[in-house]
Design a protein. Structure first.
Length: 342
């Protein structure tokens, strides 16, 4: 899929010299979103995230420009590719989405316009907390198994209830079945999605594994852990097992060591780009739709060779790319689509 045109009104600090509407036409290839810090590059990427079904980067109420007296924002897009679509988002305290003039949910929208997102903090995929790596896999799960996002939200509610009961010293057995059933389904789905991703990686390059390893289906594993750890949880006053403790271990085959320990920052950025492109290939194969890549400053901290590596990989993928940077990141003389913000 590709985004051909967008119109944005009342969204954060985005506006144009001609008036309140920020309008842009986009190239089907690489689009550079250039500008100084604070010019609105990431805000524009956030608007594109909303119309590809992933929502705002923070609280919804925060995206409406404080200068907008109506306290409402609007994003509209014309999209083509595997099919022609019109998408719009009306934003106030919540976001209302429409696809071809029919109301849709975020879950439905991202199956029509799949995207892969990299934010400037996404280096944490390699050396950050386990939650960053879980989010990477969870986004694949949400694309391939639409109920996943709801089940994950339901599990978080059960997790909070179980945590409260443990802190208060109450009997938490009322939450046990939902905790094991929902949690087991999430853990099974994550490992299945990771298995599909691993198939896209040439042998001998990387090893990707979820820990803890499970010797039984997720729900059975969690029931066994619940029985074995009831006293430990009572003393700890919090759950000690489940989807919230999953971590993705990324090992470099050449060294046999975790990528977080054996790679430089530049190499880590290359690896993140490789994983994002591999996820994009899996999305294209599974969904029959080319993904849109939304990349926030992914070339930062790359030397010239690293930037040329990024350019070659993005160009070879053949998908539409939106890439933010303070200045043109590639030395090639080829003209790019995109926009420069002031």
């Amino acid at each position: 899929m590709r985004i051909d045109r967008t119109i944005i009104r009342g969204f954060r600090n985005l506006s144009s010299s001609a008036g309140p509407d920020f309008m842009a036409a986009w190239s089907p290839g690489i689009n550079l979103i250039l500008g100084r810090n604070g010019a609105g590059k990431t805000n524009l990427l956030e608007a594109l995230s909303i119309i590809t079904g992933w929502g705002a980067f923070g609280k919804t109420s925060g995206v409406v420009s404080w200068q907008n007296q109506t306290r409402r924002a609007y994003i509209g897009a014309e999209i083509s590719g595997e099919e022609s679509l019109t998408v719009s988002a009306e934003i106030s305290s919540r976001i209302s989405l429409r696809l071809n003039d029919k109301s849709v949910s975020f879950t439905e929208l991202r199956t029509y316009v799949p995207s892969v997102l990299f934010l400037s903090g996404s280096l944490s995929l390699i050396d950050g907390p386990p939650s960053a790596r879980r989010m990477f896999v969870d986004r694949l799960c949400a694309l391939f198994v639409p109920p996943f996002a709801k089940w994950l939200a339901d599990f978080k509610s059960v997790f909070r209830a179980r945590s409260l009961m443990l802190r208060q010293g109450k009997n938490h057995s009322v939450t046990d079945e939902a905790y094991c059933r929902l949690g087991g389904w999430i853990m099974n789905t994550r490992r299945a999605a990771l298995g599909e991703l691993v198939k896209m990686i040439p042998p001998g390059k990387l090893s990707l594994d979820f820990v803890p390893a499970m010797n039984a289906p997720g729900s059975e594993y969690l029931r066994e852990m619940s029985a074995a750890n009831s006293e430990r949880e009572r003393y700890a006053q919090r759950p000690l097992f489940g989807p919230g403790y999953d971590d993705l271990v990324i090992t470099v085959a050449d060294t046999g060591r975790p990528a977080s320990e054996s790679l430089s920052r530049g190499q880590k950025r290359r690896l993140v780009l490789y994983l994002l492109l591999t996820a994009g290939r899996l999305i294209a194969e599974r969904m029959g739709r080319e993904p849109v890549l939304l990349l926030d400053d992914i070339t930062a901290e790359l030397d010239r060779e690293g930037r040329e590596f990024a350019y070659r990989k993005l160009e070879a993928a053949g998908w539409q790319v939106f890439l933010t940077a303070p200045e043109k990141p590639f030395a090639t003389r080829r003209k790019f689509g995109g926009i420069e913000l002031s």
